[in-house]
Design a protein around this ligand. Structure first.
Ligand code: GNR
Ligand code: NI
Length: 176
């Protein structure tokens, strides 16, 4: 496998069982981990998406990348190792979410409107991020992925079953 020439990773789609697994924490930040995070960022921008969790590219490690900057703003790539929510507001917010692993389906999800996340940087420093708005929804969505949870798990069972059934059918038809 000539890894250097293939930085864009394949995004796993439902019902791939890896999306339902819990990713393991990292004990060390190695060059390999930094390289995976770079490939994940490239994959996210290429998709395009505003976040990506390692499970989505078949890697069961607690790694996420995000960039929730608006088109007119400068890029703001955030890489997190072992992210952990240390505060969630009582106040909730509704936001329309999509997922690269559940293509072409969006749904309103209700989550805490503000969260504080503790994580390791690629320089192995502990940092915290206070997030609200889209960034708050995104970081919760990504940490969910690391726990095998998908945004459809936050909506009604009826809506979830409809979306998952449609996606599976689409994928079957694309494979024909
Ligand atoms: O691209 C994405 N958009 C998005 C919109 C609202 C809340 C969360 C997200 S994350 C998603 C990319 C993705 O699937 N990340 O796991
Ligand atoms: Ni997702």
């Amino acid at each position: 496998m000539i890894k250097y020439f293939m930085p864009i990773l394949e995004i796993k789609l439902v019902p791939d069982p890896i999306l339902r697994k819990r990713a393991a924490p990292l004990e060390m930040v190695t060059e390999e981990i930094k390289s995976i995070l770079n490939d994940m960022a490239e994959t996210m921008y290429d998709a395009p998406g505003i976040g990506l969790a390692a499970n989505q590219v078949g890697i069961l490690k607690r790694l996420i990348v995000m960039d929730c900057s608006k088109e007119e703003e400068d890029p703001n790539l955030i890489k997190m190792i072992n992210p952990e929510i240390v505060y969630s507001s009582e106040e909730k917010e509704e936001l329309e979410e999509g997922c690269l692993s559940i293509p072409d389906h969006k749904s309103i999800v209700i989550r805490p409107s503000k969260v504080t996340v503790k994580f390791l940087t690629v320089d192995c420093k502990t940092e915290t991020l206070e997030a609200e708005g889209l960034l708050a929804a995104c970081v919760q969505h990504e940490i969910d992925h690391l726990n095998g949870v998908l945004f459809v798990d936050h909506i009604s069972r009826l809506k979830r079953d409809i979306i998952l059934r449609k996606v599976k059918k689409q994928i079957r038809e694309n494979d024909k």
